[in-house]
Design a protein around this ligand. Structure first.
Ligand code: LMR
Length: 341
């Protein structure tokens, strides 16, 4: 592997740290194929666990001939450079959140970021598996990427050093967000100031008061120890966080057909497994957070959620203006479980 210049220092650092962090680094010299898989979250998250499951299935199905070397927690690449690393072949597989495809030329993926689009996990499954979800994956070919499937985290909640139950609670807050224009608009609609930061820098930015708040599912909030820097978590369930497993066509087509089939099988199994455990992981993280007593947890009632929904309704129209109203219509239809047109 020849890492691009921009990442060499980080790659060396990461490999040095990897052993300390208990990371799975390429260990079996006998492996015929090694897939380098980088991601930004902790191991004990829906994504971290599902990817480890994938690595285990690949190892078992190939009897050790193919291995997956996982670099979690932004050790190798963070949000700011992982897509470029994939394009350049410095890493073989990524699992970025759907929100991170907008800045690389796929604003259609921001459909998943629309606030209050989904009320239940079943709606998300229906959308991902249906025509809209599959067409979105196919769009990735525009940049010679191959979308291999979707993986859930879950519903996002808002945190800050105060309760966030009503639009007026957000006014003036600087809120760390992912690099999604939809999420930026959502925060502005609530009166907050969005600040795009890599996930790996969020805890530090909160602790240093560079930002006042953020949004994420509880599994990410807990495993990044954001509770150390946030006194309040408001269970807004205002948006969905999910991932797309992605490789570059160059890597994918270079594999032997039998290896590709094996990897696809392992991934299908791992994604189904990951989607099945995601809710449980978030529930356990919430229970751990409650037990820690570190952060006040606020439930929102239906009227409070409706006010937040109302305040952010313009976000849907703004995305329609960028990607076309038809996408929004079909996405809403898919979320509602109706015909997708
Ligand atoms: C974030 O940046 O907040 C999330 O996308 C991190 C992740 O991958 O779950």
């Amino acid at each position: 592997m020849r890492a691009p210049a921009f990442s060499r220092r980080r790659a060396v650092q990461a490999l040095g740290l990897a052993g300390l962090a208990g990371t799975r680094v390429p260990a079996a010299p006998a492996a015929r194929v090694t897939i380098r898989l980088s991601h930004v979250v902790a191991r004990r998250t829906p994504k971290g666990l599902a990817l480890e499951h994938f690595a285990e299935r690949v190892r078992s199905l190939s009897q050790g001939e193919i291995q997956v070397a996982i670099y979690p927690n932004s050790l190798l690449y963070g949000d700011e450079d992982e897509m470029q690393a994939l394009q350049l072949g410095a890493v073989d597989m990524l699992a970025p959140s759907l929100s991170k495809f907008g800045p690389i030329g796929f604003p259609e993926f921001e459909l998943f970021d629309l606030p209050f689009l989904f009320d239940a996990g079943e709606q998300v499954q229906h959308t991902k598996q249906g025509a809209v979800g599959q067409e979105l994956l196919a769009l990735l070919a525009r940049q010679r990427l191959v979308g291999l499937g979707y993986l859930d985290n879950g519903f996002k909640h808002m945190s800050a050093n105060r309760a966030l139950r009503a639009p007026e609670d957000f006014v003036g807050l600087r809120v760390r967000i992912q690099s999604s224009r939809v999420i930026a608009h959502q925060m502005r609609a609530l009166g907050a100031r969005p600040v795009v930061l890599p996930f790996g820098e969020t805890h530090r930015a909160l602790a240093a008061r560079v930002v006042d708040g953020t949004e994420n599912p509880v599994s990410n909030f807990w495993t990044q120890r954001m509770h150390e820097a946030q006194s309040d978590l408001s269970l807004t369930s205002h948006g969905y966080l999910g991932y797309c497993l992605v490789v570059h066509q160059r890597f994918w087509e270079h594999l032997a057909a039998a290896d590709r089939a094996l990897i696809e099988q392992a991934l299908a199994e791992a994604l189904a497994w990951g989607n099945a455990i995601a809710q449980r992981e978030n529930d356990q993280a919430l229970a751990a957070l409650r037990a820690s007593g570190a952060t006040r947890i606020h439930e929102l009632d239906a009227v409070q959620r409706q006010r937040l929904r109302h305040a952010t309704r313009g976000v849907h129209e703004a995305l329609a203006a960028r990607i076309g109203a038809e996408w929004i219509r079909r996405m809403r239809g898919a979320a509602a479980g109706t015909r997708q047109g």
